[in-house]
Ligand binder design. Structure first.
Ligand code: UDP
Ligand code: MG
Length: 317
């Protein structure tokens, strides 16, 4: 029997983790796969850890429960989950049942039938989000695809199933600022994309506000391309050209007796150039902060508890 490790990042999902377990058991009950639940409690403030301990104590299943010392974010939770997974196949799936476990079964069957494939990834054909958010997400994908050589498939998240070779490759990318969508793509391997429908959240609320998504988008761009750094050169050149024209216009105005008008133009150009300089410094800062954090070489996550239970032998680490 093939073992599928399900890596489930969970942050404030006290009701969802139990439902997730039940739904997954149902979906895989008649299948030929053995499931290993790798739950990562990402410093939840609600009863997620208690719900997970209850599952661990009461259910006869393979469990690896990693509980963080605080909230480190979904990316760190995915990394921790992958580090603890032991299955031949590994899937990354959300705890809120927006991504159905039945799709993982479908992915596993595809991997079984196609030995040349290393990964099956799911993408949303139809986004069930506000039109404005969909518009911003589409712009993000077209921008990042233009800026990087790594392909980003619009609508494809980290919901995917892959073989051990892909898991090892992802883990070998040890960067502190992780952008899984990009890492999955960067490591390469043969990937098939299948469409899936995103369900409504079972309970609780999304942890992604617009600001958080915006920061995440910046994180993605800076992690996979240095092109914004070259923007400073382009903007600098544009400013020099624009500034020269301004200077000539201001000079003509001043000679014609329109001194105040010339002053106004010069003041506007100072604001413009100042803004450009600040923008370029901001871009430099984005990269510098990443170098700074990486240079500290801090761990991607810290675990407070790790519980391990295999169906055959039960032990507590
Ligand atoms: N999540 C996490 N750490 C966080 C935020 C989210 O582990 O800091 C988990 C969350 O519990 C869920 C998954 O990541 O299982 C996706 O989060 P969410 O449902 O909030 O995102 P959305 O579906 O709205 O994009
Ligand atoms: Mg969700």
């Amino acid at each position: 029997m093939k073992k599928i490790s399900l890596v489930i990042p969970s942050y404030n999902e006290e009701l969802n983790v139990t439902r997730f377990f039940e739904e997954t058991e149902k979906a895989f009950s008649d299948s030929k796969y053995n499931i290993e639940y790798v739950f990562v409690n990402d410093g939840s403030k609600d009863g997620t850890l208690n719900s997970l301990k209850k599952l661990y104590n009461e259910k006869n299943a393979n469990f690896r429960i990693v509980s963080f010392s605080r909230n480190f974010g979904k990316e760190a939770a995915i990394y921790a989950g992958l580090s603890n997974a032991t299955g031949e196949y590994t899937a990354v799936i959300d705890a809120d049942l927006q991504q159905r476990p039945e799709v993982v079964l479908q992915m596993a069957q595809i991997l079984d039938s196609k030995p040349e494939l290393d990964c099956v990834a799911a993408f949303q054909e139809q986004r069930k989000e506000s039109k404005l958010l969909v518009w911003f997400k589409n712009r993000f994908y077209s921008l990042i695809n233009r800026m990087t050589s790594v392909p980003f498939v619009s609508g494809a998240s980290d919901f995917r199933l892959f073989r051990e070779n892909v898991r090892e490759a992802i883990l070998s990318v040890g960067e502190y600022h992780r952008f899984s969508k990009g890492i999955f793509s960067w490591v390469g391997f043969e990937t098939e994309f299948i469409p899936y429908e995103v369900m409504e959240r079972e309970s609780g609320s999304s942890k992604w506000s617009f600001i958080k998504l915006f920061k995440y988008a910046i994180e993605g761009i800076t992690a996979f391309t240095t092109k914004p750094l070259h923007l400073a050169t382009v903007l600098g050149s544009l400013c020099i050209c624009g500034g020269s024209i301004y200077y000539i216009v201001a000079l003509i105005l001043a000679l014609c007796g329109n001194g105040w008008c010339a002053m106004g133009l010069i003041a506007a150009s100072i604001f413009f150039v100042g803004g450009m300089i600040m923008l370029c410094m901001g871009i430099l800062g984005e990269y510098l902060s990443k170098i700074y954090m990486q240079a500290k070489n801090r761990p991607i996550y810290l675990a407070k508890h790790v519980l391990v239970k295999d169906k055959t032998d039960t032990d507590l680490k």
